[in-house]
Design a protein around this ligand. Structure first.
Ligand SMILES: NC(=O)C1=CN([C@@H]2O[C@H](COP(=O)(O)OP(=O)(O)OC[C@H]3O[C@@H](n4cnc5c(N)ncnc54)[C@H](O)[C@@H]3O)[C@@H](O)[C@H]2O)C=CC1
Ligand SMILES: O=C(O)CCC(=O)C(=O)O
Length: 447
């Protein structure tokens, strides 16, 4: 074994020991490591400055107590987190997630991915992620408000427009951002762009709500074009029924594709003749009003609800996982391959387990990692930051055009950095392009 190989293996062992039991985080690290190992091997400066290893240790992790009172007067204690992963190319930037599964491993993996994703956008944003193990399901409006305010009572001292700019993620949408930003403004007495995903009446940006889902479809269109194909006659299976899933479905349908599934944690909604725009609007309204299961759709608008089932065994041309991490396991991946699904682009962050990714990458399916295909949301957040800094407000169409250009640029980077023989390896391309940018900044700063 060469000296480099020994040093690399020693480094990976140190990373595994340092983050033992953080499976999702190590999964994300291993994927990037496999893509950039050759780059590091041929670059003495990267080796000497131990850039890759440095990128596996967050700059800072803040863990705090979030105590709040429910409607009945009972007191609850949750744990709040902010992982400020890497601030080399701009303020830390990334969403906040409220979900009972949130722990350090989840947030470290999300923050690590975010650093690379944000670098791909070409905008000056570092990577971070935060959240809490708080479960909003079944909580009243006022309980959500009190929780968000209690969360911000600590977080406010760690964020700011030039420090760290949080946004939404799972279970954190416009309502939660409103409560958190309102508290931030009151505590700091400053009206600054310290958060994105804000409401349009208080400094939010047009197109931010749509950006992740729309960006996914813009990216997919470039992937199809690069493979001499197009979206308008394609059958698509989508998981999730939240912000990313519904806006991806909306844009895909607008471009003439047939979207036949959406899903939630209760099961999959299948509409074999494809969802119409009205169907998607019905789900948006229904979910926003009651947060109820997709099952109710079938009473009003047809289709079938497959309780406890995921969409991945249903025949289609394209799969877009848009719900959560590791939602596609090895068996699901095998079903996708057996059904001859041609393209898979990730709307969610790391929705495929390591074994599922291996199965997919060994097949003929074209696979696009989320850090490239779902970067539209954070890109539009970057444009919201610019608008706030300039005391300006952009127009939807202009911002949507900027989003399209950014997704095209990310596709170009994947192509430039991911060319293997006559095909594009999007995993290699995204990881190498992002690593090139972040490592250059870290090297410039010295040790
Ligand atoms: N909101 C954004 O701008 C961005 C979000 N993402 C990622 O996209 C994914 C979805 O996020 P959002 O749509 O924002 O969240 P959301 O809270 O709006 O929606 C999440 C959806 O996933 C469903 N879901 C959750 N767990 C599930 C499970 N185990 N099985 C099936 N469905 C499940 C929920 O029912 C919900 O419909 C996450 O991985 C998030 O990190 C990535 C980039 C940006
Ligand atoms: O807009 C942002 O800052 C957050 C987006 C996000 O959380 C993500 O890209 O996963």
């Amino acid at each position: 074994m060469s000296k480099f190989e020994t040093q690399w293996d020693d480094m990976m062992s140190r990373i595994e020991t340092r983050s033992a039991d953080q499976d999702e985080f190590l999964q994300a690290v291993h994927e990037v490591a496999a893509s950039v190992k050759d780059v590091v091997k041929t670059d003495d400066a990267l080796q000497k400055s131990r850039i890759f290893e440095r990128l596996t240790e967050p700059d800072r992790i803040i863990i705090f107590n979030v105590t709040w009172e429910d409607d009945g007067g009972d007191v609850h204690i949750n744990r709040g987190y902010r992982v400020q992963h890497c601030g080399a190319i701009g303020p830390y930037k990334g969403g906040i997630r409220f979900h009972p599964t949130v722990d350090l491993s989840t947030l470290k993996f999300l923050a690590f991915e975010q650093t690379f994703k944000n670098a791909l956008t070409g905008l000056p944003m570092g990577g971070g992620k935060g959240g809490s193990d708080f479960d909003p399901e079944g909580r009243s409006e006022r309980e959500i408000m009190r929780f968000c305010q209690a969360f911000m009572d600590e977080l406010f001292r760690h964020i700011g427009p030039y420090t760290d700019v949080p946004a939404g993620d799972i279970n954190v949408g416009g309502r939660e951002i409103g409560y958190m930003y309102g508290r931030y403004r009151r505590l700091t007495n400053r009206f600054t762009g310290a958060m994105t995903g804000k409401g349009l009446s208080y400094g939010g940006s047009p197109a931010r709500v749509e950006a992740t889902g729309y960006g996914l479809i813009y990216f997919l269109s470039h992937v199809l074009e690069a493979h001499l194909d197009k979206i308008d006659d394609k059958t698509i299976i989508i998981s999730g029924a939240g912000n990313v899933a519904l806006h991806a479905a909306e844009k895909a349908v607008a471009l003439g594709a047939k979207v036949i599934t959406l899903s939630d944690s209760d099961g999959t909604l299948l509409k074999e003749d494809g969802f119409s725009s009205d169907d998607i609007n019905w789900i948006k309204d229904h979910k926003a009003k009651s947060g109820a299961s997709l099952k109710a759709f079938t009473d009003d608008r047809g289709g079938t609800f497959k309780s406890g089932k995921k969409p991945w065994s249903i025949k289609a041309d394209i799969a877009l996982p848009c719900a959560t991490q590791n939602e596609i396991d090895k068996d699901d991946a095998k079903a996708l391959v057996d059904n001859d699904v041609k393209f898979l682009a990730e709307g969610a962050n790391m929705p495929c387990t390591a074994k599922a990714t291996k199965t997919i990458r060994e097949s003929d399916m074209v696979y696009v990692p989320g850090k490239a295909s779902n970067a539209g949301g954070v890109a539009l957040s970057g444009l919201e930051m610019s608008q706030n800094a300039d005391f300006e407000r952009g127009e939807f169409d202009t911002l949507d055009t900027q989003l399209q250009s950014i997704m095209a640029r990310i596709h170009d980077s994947c192509k430039d950095f991911g060319k293997v023989d006559d095909r594009i390896d999007y995993v290699r391309g995204a990881n190498r392009a992002a690593f090139a940018k972040v490592s250059k900044a870290l090297l410039a700063f010295g040790i």
